[in-house]
Design a protein around this ligand. Structure first.
Ligand SMILES: NC(=O)c1ccc[n+]([C@@H]2O[C@H](COP(=O)([O-])OP(=O)(O)OC[C@H]3O[C@@H](n4cnc5c(N)ncnc54)[C@H](OP(=O)(O)O)[C@@H]3O)[C@@H](O)[C@H]2O)c1
Length: 322
């Protein structure tokens, strides 16, 4: 495992574990996964040196936090625990009360990273950051982070907090490179972190799926990315991933992750539906892509033009009712 050294008491693994899948209906992995496999995934992650674990109060309405906290158990000090508040009512007392509730579900007295899940479109961040400051003062929160923030809003949040807002958790993968415009350069030049979510494009980049084998769960069935036409269009990108993977005796998923963390300010938090996937994802931290391999992947990503916008509606309806 490789780590980011960024002034936190626990170092942050370049590959972490996302736990939206734990106990959430959208992913549909079922009872056995929530009750047994999820715990085994966390235990194996700890053994392999993963420190970064990401959850949120809304994942499975608190179930993800509970499952994660129980699985980490005695090994709390080896983990860098990150959770998120959903800023429906972003005023300081609510923030404080919600942080305590998350900490209780996680079975911890410290949230290493407390993130605002998404910007509240109506309320600026002054009030929420007042709550965050109070939580840091009493030691319940280590670092403050944001998620799905633009660069301007990330900076404004930092100004409101009066100290660093360590990270911005955003969608970043070979199928969505928008953070490269300004978030990555900002993080790289100022000692901040970009936490890449959906780094495998929810499994698309593993090459497991195609037109005749689409994922069954309702989250991905409703995702434009997994429409038959877009799966066809992703064929060239998957083929390029396979080609690079061949040179590393790796899988397309591992190369997709190695690509995401190629640039220094990025760490990735792939989810996993099995221990085997987790092991494979962790091993990706040790793959060093050559500069020409990185570029070939960037070019294949640029060629991938999925159908988007209103044009996807007929396809989604067909997929829903077929
Ligand atoms: N802040 C936010 O707004 C936000 C939004 C989304 C996610 N997140 C966080 O980011 C985490 C990861 O994102 P995500 O779950 O959306 O997408 P992801 O990590 O890109 O995809 C995860 C899925 O890919 C498949 N997969 C994982 N490893 C694999 C491997 N080695 N080989 C083949 N398939 C593999 C699994 O699905 P199958 O096996 O079923 O194919 C798994 O459930 C979440 O758990 C959550 O913590 C945050």
């Amino acid at each position: 495992m490789r780590y980011v050294i960024i002034g936190t008491p626990t170092r942050i693994s370049r590959i972490g574990l996302g736990t939206w899948q734990f106990g959430s209906r959208e992913w549909g992995y079922g009872q056995d996964y929530a009750g047994r496999e999820a715990r085994a995934i966390v235990r194996r992650a700890l053994e392999l040196g993963v420190t970064l674990f990401d959850t949120a109060e809304i994942y499975g309405f608190g179930r993800s936090e509970r499952i994660l906290g129980e699985a980490i158990g005695e090994d709390r000090e080896s983990a860098f625990l990150a959770t998120k508040i959903f800023p429906l009512l972003p005023v300081a007392p609510v923030v404080e009360q919600r942080a305590v509730a998350s900490a209780n579900r996680l079975g911890t007295r410290r949230l290493d990273l407390y993130q605002v899940h998404q910007p509240n479109p109506l309320v600026r961040d002054g009030t929420i950051m007042r709550g965050m400051r109070a939580l840091q003062r009493v030691g319940l929160v280590g670092e403050v982070g944001v998620s799905n923030y633009s660069l301007d809003r990330w900076r404004a949040a930092e100004q409101a907090l009066g100290s660093r807002v360590l990270s911005n958790q955003v969608r970043y993968s070979l199928v969505d490179r928008s953070p490269e415009r300004d978030l990555l350069p900002f993080a790289e030049s100022t000692g901040h972190l970009v936490i890449a979510y959906s780094p495998l494009a929810q499994g698309l980049l593993s090459g497991t799926y195609d037109r005749s084998h689409r994922p069954g769960n309702r989250l991905r069935a409703a995702s434009p990315l997994f429409l038959p036409e877009n799966l066809d269009r992703a064929g060239d990108l998957i083929a390029t991933l396979r080609e690079v993977a061949g040179a590393h005796s790796a899988t397309p998923a591992q190369i997709a992750l190695a690509w995401v963390i190629h640039r220094p300010p990025v760490v990735a938090i792939p989810g996993a539906s099995s221990v085997a996937q987790l092991e494979s994802n962790v091993a990706a931290a040790d793959i060093e892509l050559k500069e020409d391999e990185y570029q070939v992947l960037c070019e294949a990503a640029t060629r991938f033009r999925p159908v988007t916008g209103p044009a996807v509606v007929p396809g989604l309806l067909r997929a829903r009712f077929s």
